[in-house]
Design a protein around this ligand. Sequence first.
Ligand code: URA
Length: 443
Amino acid sequence: MSDRNIEEIIEVKRDGGRHTEADIRRLVSGYVAGDVPDYQMSAWLMAVVLRDLDHEETVWLTDAMVRSGRTVDLSAIPGVKVDKHSTGGVGDKTTLALAPMVAACGVPVAKMSGRGLGHTGGTLDKLESIPGFSVMMDSAAFARQVCEIGVAVIAQSPDIDPADKKMYALRDVTGTVPSIPLIVGSIISKKVAGGADAIVLDVKVGSGAFMKTIEEARVLAYELTRTGEAMGKRVVALLTDMDQPLGCAVGNALEVAEAFAAVRGEGPEDLLQECLALGSRMLVFSGAARNADDGRTQLVRAIESGRAADKAREWVAAQGGDPGVVDDASLLPRAEHTRVVAAHEHGWVAHFDAAAVGRAAMAMGAGRASMTDTIDASAGLVLAAKVGDRVEDGAPLATLHAASEALLDAGEERFRNAIVMSEHRVQARDLVLEQEDDRKARS
Ligand code: URA
């Protein structure tokens, strides 16, 4: 145990000093046990935001967080268990599309996901918009479903990584989310405690992401990779664009419909590219593909042959949902009111404030500002134009969905402020901005 008390541990970091492993363990275990109050943890978190942790301290933090709870045992599921994690964005329905695509290639997908908070959505909320779908399952049933049909996506149980749950909630209200070591500890500890052998990370970059610039995202990707590897996992990180929502739909049921369209081969191009980029790495880690190109080919075959859609129906049915939603979006909750937002000028869509688009959806009921808020599964918006598209005066920019005209008013005002038009032609940037090979070549 550390020979420093909590106050001394905070002071070490406040003054730019270095922790011992015992300091970090005392702090994290004390916090989870309730012996370290929120105000002391907040002070330490802010000291970390301002003074940073080095690599070794970050690994100790991650390890202490993993040890704060139970670790999921996925050994009953044969093969390499590969997980995927996104650092969070707007319209990010990748897991919903990717899980059945990867499972259709014979690779088990045993995934625990979270709920949305703030402008970013959460996979569990999206899945729960499917009538009957349940995300609650005990670990034996979870492993059984993965063995039987190759895919399950459930809520993380409260005894897994409780340190992250408590610390993340505190960071959210104390201005201490944007810190590379704290983000790394949070993400890697969850994945390690969730039982993954290998992790594919989607580091989002841009106006709707934590990392606004590619330079910041590179540092995060590097630290996530080294910390994951130090914890004995194989890790790969891709940098992907979040300067506009992924795909067109933002909002729970709307995103489910778009994700299943992608599974049927009818989704938007950027979502498909994202699924192929991340899914191919998952196939390589599992040993099912020789390289990323081979992985992409297998995923495209699974989509084109209809096997991915078959797997999606099987998955939805196994978790109590109506499998008809895979083919028929009208079975999902639908908003009472819709409104087309039309352009007031002609030009090219130059830029979105993607976080503000997320907040527009939230204002219509699609998201929650605090964990106790309820959400409207049918609310949200569907973009009719994306960056680089030419739009004529009066042409649709988006369709808004909400439970009342007043909510549509709130959404429209925010949405209009989130889109920037240009008189000049604009080129959208690539979806996959950087892959691990680009970074290796640069270093
Ligand atoms: N996602 C997480 O899981 N944790 C963070 O700290 C940030 C993004």
